[in-house]
Design a protein around this ligand. Structure first.
Ligand SMILES: NC(=O)c1ccc[n+]([C@@H]2O[C@H](COP(=O)([O-])OP(=O)(O)OC[C@H]3O[C@@H](n4cnc5c(N)ncnc54)[C@H](O)[C@@H]3O)[C@@H](O)[C@H]2O)c1
Length: 257
């Protein structure tokens, strides 16, 4: 799909990987609507990237009616949705049974599932319904959805039982969603990033960062958010890429801890 003059929704677009995807889509000529909870970061993105090509809506991606209403607003104001990039996500660290012998907090487990897995599905289902209204483009496409999993979907570490389950769920729904939406001409792919240089990771002590980097075969560094954004652009533009999850991780395979 040619990105120029298209309308994209990027969840979690106020920060980190979502912000990088937003910037690269705008550089390719898209108008981007950011869905994020963080108002100050969302407004900062609009002021830095330009109010003509970047819009912000404060939303919890896991809220069904709010997300449906947001897509109705976008269709009313911008006329279409062509690209959807799901980056909103949270992480927690808790083992199945903790050191004191207490079982994993079930509400905490539900919360991560709610935001990462249900939030991704919620936005994707509404995006797909909006995309289905588009006239097919010259390549017979109506839309592209890019989800964000994690290498934790494949090599989840100790303490990642909830997070890895959400990311495994995103990987698992990629192919059936692509199949569901094949009649509408909508492609669905997922990126599974390794350890990326987002603000959270850069705030970790240098020795922690060095320990992570030491396990990465090549290149021996954290991934750049712009490299994630580049892959979002490539997936959007490459019409034959569908139903696939792509690791973006420098070849790393995480150890148990
Ligand atoms: N950074 C990494 O190393 C890394 C690695 C693998 C996967 N990921 C995944 O990439 C995605 C982005 O990560 P990041 O590092 O850029 O994180 P980040 O914290 O910098 O950005 C996430 C954004 O999502 C927003 N958000 C959180 N919950 C939300 C909700 N319920 N509704 C709407 N917005 C919400 C936050 O406000 C934030 O702006 C996440 O899904 C994360 O699991 C990140």
């Amino acid at each position: 799909m040619n990105i120029n003059k298209k309308v994209a929704v990027v969840t979690g677009g106020a920060s980190g990987l979502g912000r990088a995807a937003t910037e690269l889509l705008i550089n390719s000529g898209a108008t981007v609507v950011i869905f994020d909870m963080n108002v100050s970061a969302g407004e900062q993105a609009v002021s830095e990237l330009g109010a003509s090509s970047c819009h912000f809506m404060q939303l919890d991606v896991s809220n069904g009616p709010d997300v449906e209403a947001a897509f109705a607003t976008i269709l009313a104001n911008l006329g279409r949705v062509d690209i959807c990039v799901n980056c909103a996500g949270i992480g927690i660290a808790a083992k199945t049974v903790d050191r004191e012998g207490q079982p994993h907090d079930l509400d905490l487990y539900r919360k991560v599932i709610e935001v990462n897995l249900i939030g991704t599905f919620n936005v994707s289902r509404c995006a797909a319904a909006a995309m289905a209204k588009n006239e097919p483009d010259e390549k017979t496409e109506r839309g592209v959805i890019v989800n964000t999993a994690s290498i934790a979907a494949f090599d989840g570490q100790m303490g990642q039982v909830a997070y890895a389950a959400t990311k495994g769920g995103i990987v698992g729904m990629t192919l059936p969603m692509a199949r569901d939406l094949s009649k509408q001409g909508i492609r669905v792919n997922t990126i599974a990033p390794g350890v990326m240089a987002t603000p959270l990771m850069l705030a970790a002590p240098q020795n922690v960062q060095d320990g992570i980097v030491a396990n990465i075969p090549f290149p021996q560094r954290l991934g750049a958010p712009s490299e994630f954004g580049q892959l979002v652009v490539h997936i959007t533009e490459n019409s034959y890429l569908n139903g696939e999850t792509i690791r973006l991780d420098g070849g790393v395979r995480m150890q148990p801890r």
